[in-house]
Design a protein around this ligand. Structure first.
Ligand SMILES: *[C@@H]1O[C@H](CO)[C@@H](O)[C@H](O)[C@H]1NC(C)=O
Ligand SMILES: *[C@@H]1O[C@H](CO)[C@@H](O)[C@H](O)[C@H]1NC(C)=O
Ligand SMILES: *[C@@H]1O[C@H](CO)[C@@H](O)[C@H](O)[C@H]1NC(C)=O
Length: 471
């Protein structure tokens, strides 16, 4: 029998328009939705050629990124990408992931999904992605799958010669005030949508930057950016009536407004946050209102701020401190409220099992406050021709290692199966890995819980692993 309290909270939840955020599952068993809203042509070589793209050894020298594609085909790029967005990830894929027990997805996104951030005189990207993101998030929500919004390709490009940044180039400009600012406006917009748009109900975290340059001497200002990133998320939440740890006093004192322009201005007028955060919030208002108009969200915006709402603050999310070297800033120093960390291990040398079975990354991160830690990208690639027998062990050992932290997300949920792609899916596709048996039907299981026994306490432990992307 429902209690009075239950009844009242139900009525209250119906009155407030803020989306109630779910927490992360107790253990993350996840996949990346790579090459959906941010295409990396290497993962779908035949489709890319069929769309009009090209393949070349140096990806900056041909049409091998979204940027070059949009530049080459300004009139047809939006329609061509829309076909891709509808076919690469749709309800059939959501059904498959749900059937396989996947409870979380990481959604790689480019900054251009917030279309007003693009300088169309020098930057070229498809339009229409946000509508698709809303569609996909709604399907995930209906399947009970949690989503991480991953800012995977940053304004100005965060790493050289990588398809995953949306543009292959040696001209890396992300680590500059102008582009940090654009990334923060993106963050404000995504935070607002997460709390205001019911389609975003599946979103639990926003990840600031995928794979920044590993050498911290090449990422000036990144520590300040991390602090601003968290402050922008919390400032938007405060403006929308989400009570954030550390700001309860401000929350209780702020005058109430259901008008987003008024409530953002109110928060910025309190000198709680610095001028950069205020400027980011101001720049985000017209963009949020434009998106709200386009998707008919105005009735929601009109009731944006409800004191005492049940909405939970988002998890802010960073790559872990040990992703970088040369005296990196510690993202734990930026935390206000819930925060979670992400690490990616790609192995490029021998001693795979010895390395993974003695992995100490969770402990070394925890010592620096970087906890909880999930492993946001992993797969089964090897620098040698791996036998099936090896891949069974390699999958088990990685799952066991990563499950000692907050869990894992495989890269990728799928890979194209074609003559041109060869047998890439065997080691890079989750669904193919399950079909071939390397990955268990139930993601919480392994074939052999003792797979690591012969490899533990070896003298070569952890010294031969190379931490970094092999792509
Ligand atoms: C999803 O896209 C695939 C093509 O990749 C297509 O075969 C399938 O019918 C689509 N599913 C739905 C539900 O639209
Ligand atoms: C919100 O407030 C702004 C600034 O006072 C005003 O221009 C705008 O019309 C208001 N919007 C609504 C929907 O009332
Ligand atoms: C590894 O070392 C620990 C503690 O030193 C010990 O308890 C454990 O039995 C050892 N494992 C193997 C496989 O040698």
């Amino acid at each position: 029998m429902p209690s009075t309290l239950f009844y009242l909270s139900t009525v209250f939840a119906a009155l407030t328009s803020l989306v109630v955020k779910a927490a992360f599952p107790p253990k993350i068993y996840g996949v990346n939705l790579g090459s959906w809203l941010l295409v990396e042509p290497w993962m779908l070589p035949q489709e890319w050629i069929d769309m009009g793209g090209q393949q070349c050894d140096d990806c900056s020298q041909c049409i091998a990124s979204e940027f070059e594609f949009a530049k080459a085909f300004p009139d047809t790029v939006d329609a061509k990408f829309n076909v891709h967005w509808n076919t690469w990830f749709n309800q059939s894929d959501v059904d498959e992931l749900a059937r396989l027990g996947i409870n979380t997805v990481r959604v790689p996104l480019g900054y251009w999904i917030v279309e007003d951030l693009v300088d169309r005189s020098t930057e070229f990207y498809p339009r229409g992605g946000l509508k698709q993101l809303r569609r996909g998030l709604q399907q995930l929500k209906n399947a009970g799958i949690t989503a991480i919004l991953d800012h995977h390709a940053l304004p100005g490009v965060q790493d050289a010669q990588q398809m995953f940044t949306g543009r292959c180039t040696t001209d890396v400009e992300f680590y500059t005030p102008h582009n940090y600012h654009r990334a923060l406006v993106w963050t404000a917009v995504m935070t607002a949508l997460t709390h205001l748009d019911p389609n975003f109900d599946s979103v639990t975290a926003i990840e600031a930057v995928n794979e920044p340059i590993m050498d911290a001497t090449q990422t000036p200002g990144y520590g300040d950016f991390q602090k601003h990133f968290v402050e922008v998320v919390r400032a938007v939440e405060l403006a929308l009536g989400v009570s954030v740890p550390s700001y309860e006093d401000n929350y209780n004192k702020l005058p109430f407004s259901t008008n987003i322009t008024v409530s953002f201005n109110t928060v910025c007028g309190q000198s709680i946050f610095d001028s950069e955060v205020a400027s980011v919030l101001m720049d985000s208002i017209p963009i949020i209102l434009k998106i709200a108009t386009e998707f008919d969200l105005l009735p929601i915006l009109g009731f944006s701020r409800k004191p005492g709402s049940h909405a939970e603050p988002l998890f802010t999310n960073f790559m872990d401190i040990n992703w970088q070297h040369n005296n990196p800033s510690n993202p734990a120093d930026a935390a206000i409220g819930p925060q979670i960390y992400d690490n990616h291990l790609y192995y490029s040398f021998e001693a795979y099992l010895t390395s993974i079975c003695n992995l100490d990354r969770i402990q070394s991160d925890a010592a620096l406050g970087n906890t909880p830690l999930y492993f946001g990208e992993w797969a089964l690639p090897t620098q040698f021709q791996a036998t099936d027998e090896f891949l069974f062990k390699w999958a088990d050992a990685q799952k066991l290692a990563y499950s000692k932290g907050a869990g894992w997300l495989f890269w990728n949920f799928k890979i194209e199966k074609s003559q041109l792609a060869g047998d890439m899916a065997r080691q890079w596709s989750y669904t193919e890995g399950v079909r071939l048996g390397f990955l268990t039907q139930d993601p919480s299981k392994v074939h052999d819980p003792n797979v690591c026994a012969p490899y533990i306490n070896s003298s070569t432990a952890t010294t031969t692993a190379s931490y970094g992307s092999s792509r």
